[in-house]
Design a protein around this ligand. Structure first.
Ligand SMILES: [Zn+2]
Length: 235
């Protein structure tokens, strides 16, 4: 299947309207300041990975995910989904169907007081559509989002449940967190499990069991600072 230029243009940058207004409001003092972002894989990170999820009936939030997104956003992180969607190249569903699911997810999040700022997809599969620069572990969509949304990659994070997610993050220059259900909350890697899954964890990548734990890790410095400020005020 050929991905046309028009479709290609439409693959990223669907902004959450409420949040883009919020963003403008926040950046009035520093009009050119770059934002921090958390780049998020989709299936297996936000929702249950049932394989080629493209209908709302098949979307199940993983525990604590909307609450974590809300917390990250409240601390000023842009939330950007970067997802491999080879189901498009395979002819299993269309970009329009994917956008319809995205709209439903956004509405569901809004009802919970949370929001995702933008969604970026790779619709390719090298075997079918030829090589591309956007299928993770390639970093094409992260770099595109950084340009579109004025993101400081060095102060940003990539979170996903596959090695290729963190490889894309490392290639783009973000900090990275790999989600492994068997990891403990301190971020230590269970060597035996790593051997079993036959995937090595790249150097410098933090491993935690799920997105809420990743949120705690990302926000730890800010929460420590907030606690210190409260203590200082008290004395
Ligand atoms: Zn691609």
């Amino acid at each position: 299947m050929e991905i046309t230029g028009e479709v290609q243009k439409n693959l990223g940058g669907n902004m959450c309207k409420n949040v883009s207004m919020h963003t403008e409001g926040q950046s009035t003092d520093h009009a050119t300041a770059l934002r921090r972002a958390v780049f998020l894989d989709r299936d297996g990170t936000l929702n249950e990975d049932k394989g080629y999820v493209h209908r709302k009936e098949d979307w199940r939030w993983l525990p604590g995910v909307p609450e974590t997104l809300k917390r990250l956003h409240a601390m000023g992180y842009l939330l950007v989904v970067v997802s491999n969607q080879s189901g498009i190249a395979r002819g299993m569903y269309s970009l329009d169907e994917l956008r319809a699911l995205e709209a439903w997810v956004s509405a569901d999040l809004a009802a919970r007081g949370a929001c995702i700022d933008a969604w970026y997809y790779c619709p390719h599969l090298p075997e079918i559509t030829g090589p591309c620069i956007c299928r993770k572990p390639k970093s094409g969509r992260l770099l595109q989002a950084a340009r579109d949304l004025h993101i400081d990659l060095a102060r940003s994070w990539m979170v996903g449940d596959k090695t290729r997610d963190v490889q894309a993050g490392l290639a783009a220059g973000t900090s990275c967190i790999l989600l492994r259900p068997t990891a403990n909350l301190e971020g230590a890697v269970d060597k035996e499990t790593s051997k079993k899954t036959d995937e090595t964890v790249p150097d410098g990548v933090i491993v935690v069991p799920h997105l809420p734990a990743a949120g705690v890790h990302i926000l730890a410095p800010e929460l420590r600072m907030a606690r210190l400020t409260r203590l200082t005020r008290r004395h």
